[in-house]
Design a protein around this ligand. Sequence first.
Ligand SMILES: [Fe+2]
Ligand SMILES: [Fe+2]
Length: 273
Amino acid sequence: MAWSIDATDVTGTAMIRLAAIGDLHIRASVSDSLWSDLGSLGGRVDALVVAGDITDGGRLTEAEQAAELFRAVAVPVVAVLGNHDLRCLRRATFRRVLERSGVVLLDGDRFVLTTSTGAKIGFAGVGGAGGGFWPVEGPDALHSRAMKALAVRAKREAARLDAALGGLDADLRIAVTHFAPTCSTLGREPIGKYWMLGNSELGRIIDRHRVDLVFHGHAHLGNPTGSTRGGTPVLNVASTVSGGLLIHDLEPPVHGGDGRPRPDHAPVAVCLA
Ligand SMILES: [Fe+2]
Ligand SMILES: [Fe+2]
């Protein structure tokens, strides 16, 4: 697919431009504003990132609505599924409906996109899980059976993200999750709900790899920007937080000798719309 973008910063460096949104919660129909926002991305951005909860009830009819919408997006669409999507009892069919529309679904996978300027954008994604934000010991310090099961799921999802990031070779490396990898983007969410909103194991994995930027959703009452404990920039792109689709200009970072982005060249996300 070919598209052209005139996106350079003041120094003439080619910028990478990404649109991002999470928590569409599509039901019986797609709103006019969503049709218009996503339908007009052709030639304006390199890709669209969708951070899960594409549908509200995980129904196949909702997935079909979403697929029709994504088919109208004239740039690559990279997405993860959210907990609402996973309500579907026919998950393989649900995935197939979305993938047939051209969406790249990341579920412990990676995907490298080469832009028209030759830059390689690498995406690694996983839905993630709750579990809570623990400094060291991990969520399995909790004792109830339900929380232990959640801890197992959290660690499994983190391990899948670890594997996906492991082989990701690109100029700009982006992690996409539905659940939050940090509590710094949880904003007005009540602390008592943190265990449902994400976990720090995701953040630890992200910090262990050379990740330049993270997109997540799920925290509807959160705030738009934060960072992991290791300083990786994190954007909460839930539509309730952003008010809709946002477009970010990202300068490919300059990496230091340790392979991590140099702090003075970390990608800065600029909201354009
Ligand atoms: Fe949501
Ligand atoms: Fe969610």
